[in-house]
Unconditional design. Structure first.
Lengths: 142, 411
């Protein structure tokens, strides 16, 4: 093979060496990164799946945040729910929960990021209001 | 007859005929056998005859002659071209060995034949060696040290006077470079051409020593001895008619170059070389002097394109995979934070139980602040301090005989 390489014209040799350099400097590291990411993602999906299965949720059903859908979901656990946009991807959430049903809110909180691709970006504030507890927080799409 | 005898099969093409001969090589020379002639329309028959001889004489070489005009003697070997060594520091080079399908294992230049014929006569004096092969003149100035300059001159369509004039012009051209005229002239002809010899003698005003031999005999002689053969046959950088060809009957072939009819085919190769030094180097650099090289360069692009394509594909896949992975990472982190928040909320509300009523609370994963009305101070304090031992619990009596508590802690 080396003898064959020696007999190639100079340009062919340069192209051949360039191909090898690109292969080792760019292609192989990119491939390695890709397969690393595939593995990392598989692990994260497995962890999330394991977590979500406790609540009977499949992560395949995780969806982008949508106000109407969110309110509808929230109302199965709380008495009142409203969403106000802050900017493109951030929303102020206001919920009202019966004092005795605070566990429902906790359950809703635990499963929030399994149902929607969102994260809570502010502390959660609780305020007593006529036998109900008003809960406020800010969420952001991820 | 023993089939193990070493036999040289020689062939070349002149005008529209192929000429074939073979000779038994012996210690004291070669014994030429029959010579055959084939019209170019009988090419297949001609090739078949060569193969028959090869089968009949397994220890054989098929020898031929490069009769193209585009060959020259140079001081350095050019690896991108077909070349053969013909002197200590001289090589005859041509663009390529144009292999058709005529079996050929050894391929010589007329310059090599000329040198072989006269090498023992060369001395310090400048000798002009002229070879007439297939109506072409192969001319070189030589001393015993080296070949100083070479030309090829096509004679087709030229009168003897014109040919002689061109030889003279070549000599003048060489004189301009070296300020030397040849001391004497040797001429090797493969065809009788008394008129040309006469005119050359008159034009050049020099005595020309003539030697006549056939191309077949010259080739039988060249291929008759391994040392002689190895030192001067033309090797192709591409086709590898080369060292292996000495030992094997490689099925290579060539076709003679077509001689241009135009009369401007006088070539001062030395001057060509000088004038084209940079372009030649450029050609060598870019390797496109022959179609084969171009083809090889194009072929070499295939792995490059493949590597680039693969890189682009995995780069795109990697980018999208990276985005998907970071999305899942963010989701996983958000889920963990939410679970911790839910746990903290549950702890706080459980701790208050029936001992307190909540007024306000701020809960995050780094701190907790709770304020409310307390009914059982000590149980509440104990419960909250049980969860957050470093927390700050305080109470404040209210006007309506109730007591307000506040609790702050870092998590």
């Amino acid at each position: 093979m080396l003898v064959g390489l020696k007999q190639l014209p100079l340009v062919s040799k340069i192209i051949f060496v360039l191909s090898l350099v690109i292969l080792f400097v760019w292609v192989i590291p990119t491939m390695v990164n890709y397969f690393k990411d595939v593995k990392a993602q598989e692990k994260q999906i497995a962890d999330l799946q394991k977590n979500s299965s406790k609540y009977g949720i499949s992560i395949e059903d995780t969806k982008q945040f949508n106000k109407e859908s969110f309110i509808q979901d929230a109302l199965t656990n709380v008495s009142k729910a409203s969403v106000e946009s802050i900017d493109d991807k951030s929303y102020a959430i206001r919920l009202e929960v019966d004092k005795d049903k605070i566990d429902n809110f906790n359950k809703f909180l635990e499963t929030l990021s399994l149902r929607y691709l969102v994260k809570i970006t502010s502390p959660i504030t609780f305020k007593e209001k006529d036998k109900l507890i008003e809960v406020k927080m800010t969420i952001q799409e991820i | 007859m023993s089939n193990q005898q070493y036999v040289t099969i020689t062939h070349y093409k002149e005008r529209e005929f192929y000429f074939l001969s073979y000779a038994i090589q012996a210690h004291d020379g070669f014994i030429p056998k029959e010579m055959e002639q084939f019209h170019e329309s009988e090419k297949e028959k001609f090739i078949e005859r060569i193969r028959e001889l090869q089968i009949q004489y397994p220890e054989s070489q098929v020898v031929s002659l490069s009769l193209i005009l585009n060959q020259k003697v140079v001081d350095k070997v050019d690896n991108n071209k077909a070349s053969g060594k013909i002197f200590a520091n001289n090589y005859v080079v041509q663009d390529k060995i144009d292999i058709g399908n005529i079996p050929t294992t050894l391929y010589f230049s007329p310059f090599a034949l000329l040198y072989e014929e006269y090498k023992n006569k060369l001395d310090d004096k400048l000798t002009l060696l002229i070879g007439l092969f297939d109506r072409k003149l192969y001319i070189m100035f030589a001393t015993k040290e080296k070949i100083h300059e070479s030309w090829t001159i096509g004679t087709r369509g030229l009168t003897e006077k014109q040919v002689a004039d061109r030889v003279y012009k070549s000599m003048k051209a060489y004189y301009k470079i070296s300020y030397k005229f040849a001391d004497h002239i040797e001429m090797l002809v493969t065809d009788e051409s008394p008129k040309l010899l006469k005119v050359l003698r008159e034009e050049l005003s020099l005595n020309i020593l003539l030697k006549q031999n056939t191309i077949h005999n010259l080739l039988h002689h060249m291929a008759g001895e391994p040392k002689r053969t190895i030192s001067s046959f033309i090797k192709s950088s591409l086709s590898k008619i080369g060292d292996e060809g000495i030992m094997k009957n490689t099925q290579n072939s060539f076709s003679t170059g077509r001689l241009s009819d135009d009369l401007g085919d006088l070539k001062l190769n030395g001057n060509d070389m000088k004038g084209n030094a940079t372009p030649n180097q450029m050609k060598s650099m870019i390797g496109t002097t022959v179609a084969g090289n171009l083809f090889q360069n194009l072929l070499a692009l295939i792995p490059l394109l493949f590597v680039l394509g693969m890189g682009a594909f995995f780069s795109m896949k990697s980018d999208s995979m990276e985005q998907a992975t970071s999305l899942r990472q963010a989701q996983s982190l958000a889920q963990t934070n939410n679970a911790l928040l839910a746990m903290t909320t549950e702890d706080i509300f459980s701790a208050m139980g029936k001992n307190a009523d909540l007024k306000e609370a701020v809960i995050s994963n780094s701190r907790v602040e709770v304020k409310g009305v307390v009914w059982g101070i000590e149980p509440l304090r104990n419960s909250l301090n049980g969860i957050y031992s470093d927390g700050d619990f305080s109470i404040k009596p209210l006007e309506n005989f109730m007591t307000e508590f506040s609790f702050k802690s870092k998590i």
